[in-house]
Design a protein around this ligand. Sequence first.
Ligand code: NAD
Length: 324
Amino acid sequence: MENILVIGGAGYIGSHTARQLAAAGYRPVILDNLSKGHRQAAAGFDFELGDFTDKACLERVLQKYNFAAVMHFAACTEVDRSVKDPAVFYQNNTAGVLALLNALTAHTIKRFVFSSSAAIFGEPKTDLINENHPKSPINPYGHSKLMVEQMLSDFDTAYGLKYAALRYFNASGSDESGEIGESHSPETHLIARLIQTAAGKQKGFTIFGTDYPTSDGTCIRDFVHVNDLARAHVLALGKLLNEPASLCFNLGSGTGHSVAEVVETVKKVTGRNFDVQTAPRRAGDPARLVADNTKARKVLGWQPTYDLTRIIQTAWQWETHRKY
Ligand SMILES: NC(=O)c1ccc[n+]([C@@H]2O[C@H](COP(=O)([O-])OP(=O)(O)OC[C@H]3O[C@@H](n4cnc5c(N)ncnc54)[C@H](O)[C@@H]3O)[C@@H](O)[C@H]2O)c1
């Protein structure tokens, strides 16, 4: 059984992936400082409490287990905060990863799966965004992720590190077991916020921008279920371990849904009505962000399996029976 270090595995996407790693026969070992994650999300797995940017802590964990690969989910993630406090983002998301990669190189751990983001692309130049789309982030969060992708490529050339950079679009939904789910604070993700509004935990909902050049004037986004993302990690890891070559994939459903459509679907699925207000566009919100997932389908044999309604059903199920 191969040990896989899952850094940030007590968070939303990492905890879903840890379960699928275990189901696929790997032994996930979770390292998380619980700054945003939840101990319960890592229940049942080897768990190391600590900060991956703490050299002594990282060294202790790397010495304790013999890791075949590392999956790196830990990061600061709120885009707005990255504009106000970029130093924290570059420290945790970029400088921290440089130190991590140095430590892995010293331990000859040469397989790495990285949580990248659609934010590396910036303003879309095409309707569907494929892996070769120009990379021009419009906020420090996106820059912090793109810099890591650059480091990974250079570490591959120089030290033979083989990596998979997985650029997620809008992760959403929760595991059907009801044991783990999305729980961010503050919650900034569209579906999770709408679900909280439907549950009466947030008052009303505001749609920013109703004059975009889209069918109903609201922004279009690509929602991909967290378990579909988790499966892509297991597939990418298998590929890295079997035929070592670095890879990058855009992971989205490939289908766009407008914000107004998502609002209506949340109302329909939950059976709850709530106030929806409109406000002018926010700076930095492109009209349309949808993945071209052809490469992941072809190379990994990956296929997103949850549609928007099912994503919202799983998010609502979690919200109404939350464990944390
Ligand atoms: N959620 C999305 O829609 C989305 C989209 C694109 C990319 N991503 C990326 O995916 C990754 C996971 O996102 P998420 O939504 O699961 O976030 P999350 O906040 O739920 O999980 C991140 C986890 O990392 C931990 N962590 C943060 N800094 C740490 C440190 N220095 N040491 C140890 N642990 C630390 C947190 O406690 C948390 O458990 C992030 O890198 C994020 O940038 C997420």
